[in-house]
Design a protein around this ligand. Structure first.
Ligand SMILES: Nc1ncnc2c1ncn2[C@@H]1O[C@H](COP(=O)(O)OP(=O)(O)O)[C@@H](O)[C@H]1O
Ligand SMILES: O=c1ccn([C@@H]2O[C@H](COP(=O)(O)O)[C@@H](O)[C@H]2O)c(=O)[nH]1
Length: 208
């Protein structure tokens, strides 16, 4: 089996990264494609109390176990299976579960800081930034986090103003310059997704 194609997909919270990643996978209709979310590699915080966990800055590069993520990607590149951690957003820590991922032809790596770390960035074959207006991203996050991540409206607003927004400006937005492709609005940008899918198919064809 040849080395897998590694697609990195980034953008701010609520930009539509996950939606784009899932649509690409659906459109590729390829059995041998896997989604890896950078969120799965948030550091384990089980040694901290819940009160301390909510004080963590989850939008800073230090919040991620990037070493483990790189090690896992290298393993997949080398044709080895990995045990991917499972993160629990409601409790702000890793669970005891893992998901085994087998070697594949295409890996879609999606997350807020996948273009921030140079070593990680250099591993990527295609780099994509999903670019959505800040107000739209905030509204999407507010709806999602109150419905799916066990948050109150006050906590979402306070976290956004105190940490998410400044970290976005400092660490995420500047990585746009590394992207090969910038997708405005995200998940429902059919033209951009079609172009990407065509590109990945042609790489796969070249690799045989
Ligand atoms: N183009 C879009 N229009 C409307 N809602 C969208 C769009 N793209 C994503 N969403 C919704 O916004 C929320 C955040 O999208 P998601 O893909 O999870 O973003 P991210 O992974 O960047 O945080 C989800 O509830 C999703 O269904
Ligand atoms: O325990 C946690 C871990 C992360 N977050 C927030 O999640 C987003 C990243 O996820 P997206 O799917 O890209 O929105 C990040 O902005 C963190 O603030 C959290 O709140 N709690």
């Amino acid at each position: 089996m040849s080395k897998p194609v590694l697609i990195g997909l980034t953008g701010g919270t609520g930009s539509g990264k996950t939606t784009v990643a899932k649509t690409i996978i659906e459109e590729l209709g390829h059995d041998n494609i896997v989604l890896i979310q950078q969120d799965s590699y948030y550091k384990d915080q089980s040694h901290l109390s819940f009160e301390d966990r909510i004080k963590t800055n989850y939008d800073h590069p230090f919040a991620f176990d990037t070493e483990l993520l790189i090690e896992h990607l290298e393993d997949l590149m080398a044709g080895k299976s990995i045990d991917k951690p499972v993160y629990d957003f409601s409790h702000h820590t890793r669970t005891d579960e893992v998901v085994t991922i087998n070697p594949c032809d295409v890996i879609v790596l999606e997350g807020i800081l996948v273009l921030e770390n140079e070593q990680l960035r250099d591993m990527l074959d295609i780099k994509i930034y999903v670019d959505t207006d800040n107000d739209v991203r905030f509204i999407r996050r507010l709806l999602r986090d109150t419905k799916e991540r066990g948050r109150t409206m006050d906590s979402v607003v306070n976290q956004y103003l105190g940490v998410v927004r400044p970290m976005h400006q400092q660490f995420i937005e500047p990585t746009k310059k590394y992207a090969d492709i910038i997708i405005p609005e995200g998940g429902y940008n059919k033209v951009a997704i079609d172009i990407l899918v065509t590109k990945v198919k042609s790489i796969l064809k070249e690799l045989g």
